[in-house]
Design a protein around this ligand. Structure first.
Ligand SMILES: *Cc1c(COP(=O)(O)O)cnc(C)c1O
Length: 376
């Protein structure tokens, strides 16, 4: 999608907040522990290159992304520190990763054997992190025999440099630690089977780092915390308290493009789900589900000028309507999502409203919305 530079709708990102969140995490690390900044999915919608540059300045030892193209984007932006791709990359792209000094995740033994064929052909060495499935059920080794065989395969294998070994927690954001402990024990067991010596053994995501103490890990894969959001967003349990201060960085802003009064019996939007029962002032905002602001937000209150106003009628592809308490002028500022956690339209409240997590709300805001950066 082309970015809409000629429409008043932007995602604003406070790089000052991002910097302070990163600095707070750096201070929170164990002695000798490193931080990899997780900037996958365009830095959770905040802008991968801009966030990575801040993280680099603050002292991140490297970066994590989800797909190979995201790693290449950082390399093209002159980021030289280590980059780990967390997802499975097809073995045929192992040479592309090797040439660009990008580290890949090994999901199983078969992947290693396939990747080796491509690396042999071009006489290349690839940096790898062994993925362990300690209970996430996603990717990585979960059987002893296969993991032992993979270690054997890697011993004295000049086409691979074993840079890391890692697992991912499924419930580090939950107050109930039973499954977390089960995963930790399984990981420690797999670790005991190692015969190759990875440089970095790592398990912490944001939640593990800011809620749990005493996990031995060489580096923290710090993701959602960069953006100032508390990963404990399980609606079934109350928010766990973060051990570090987090400041949300993202706000989503627009303006009224049209204001009018409708009369008794007049409908608003597709299907006329809102029908006026008296004279009603309606404002139009030039944002819709094609920007990632999904239809489920119907009824959510956004801030127009100084008033919180409900979205009435169905959200259209490119526009939505709000019910205004008084006549307002075209151009009045609309804060759809606020970066102030005390505002009722903060991102956590928005996520709760549509029954999801703030990670998803932020990621859905797509590239039709230009990112505007400021430092405060
Ligand atoms: C996304 C991801 C992270 C970062 O998680 P946050 O909850 O955002 O801190 C860390 N590790 C892996 C494997 C991931 O996929």
């Amino acid at each position: 999608m082309v970015p809409g530079y000629h429409r008043p709708a932007v995602v604003k990102v406070n790089l000052g907040a991002i910097r302070r969140n990163l600095e707070n995490e750096m201070k929170h690390l164990d002695p000798g522990q490193k931080m990899f900044a997780v900037v996958k999915a365009n830095a959770y919608g905040h802008g991968a290159v801009e966030v990575a540059k801040v993280a680099e300045k603050v002292g991140a030892a490297g970066f994590c992304v989800a797909i190979l193209d995201e790693a290449l984007q950082l390399r093209r932006a002159d980021i030289v520190k280590p980059i780990l791709v967390l997802g499975v990359v097809s073995p045929e792209y192992a040479p592309v990763a090797a040439v660009n000094n990008i580290s890949l995740t090994v999901p199983n033994l078969e992947w290693l054997k396939d990747a080796e064929k491509y690396l042999v052909k071009e006489n290349l060495q690839l940096k790898i992190h062994l993925g362990i499935d300690s209970g996430m059920g996603r990717i990585g080794f979960n059987e002893d025999d296969e993991f032992i065989a993979a270690n054997k395969f890697l011993e004295n294998n000049e086409h691979f440099f074993v840079e890391g070994m890692f697992a991912h927690f499924a419930s580090a954001d939950s107050a109930d630690e039973t499954y977390f402990e089960h995963q930790r024990d399984k990981f420690n067991h797999m670790k005991s089977l190692l015969t190759v010596k990875p440089k970095w053994i790592h398990v912490d995501n944001t939640a593990a780092s800011i809620f749990h103490s005493g996990i031995k890990s060489d580096l923290v894969r710090f993701g959602i915390g960069i953006y100032g959001l508390n990963p404990s967003s399980n609606p079934a349990s109350p928010d766990l308290d973060s051990q570090i201060k987090l400041e949300p960085a993202l706000s989503f802003e627009s303006e009224l493009t049209h204001v009018k009064t409708i009369h008794q019996g007049d409908g608003v939007g597709y299907g006329s789900t809102f029908v006026a029962d008296e004279d009603t002032i309606i404002g139009t905002v030039p944002v819709g589900y094609a920007d990632g602001f999904i239809r489920k937000f119907q009824g959510f209150k956004v801030k127009v000028g100084d008033d919180y106003c409900p979205i009435v009628g169905r959200i259209c592809m490119d526009q939505f309507m709000v019910k205004l308490p008084k006549k307002m002028s075209v151009g009045t500022k609309v804060v759809i999502i606020s970066n102030n956690p005390d505002d009722p339209n903060n991102i956590k409240a928005a996520a709760d409203y549509v029954d999801t997590i703030h990670y998803e709300v932020a990621c859905l805001l797509n590239d039709r919305l230009p990112r505007v950066y400021y430092e405060k």
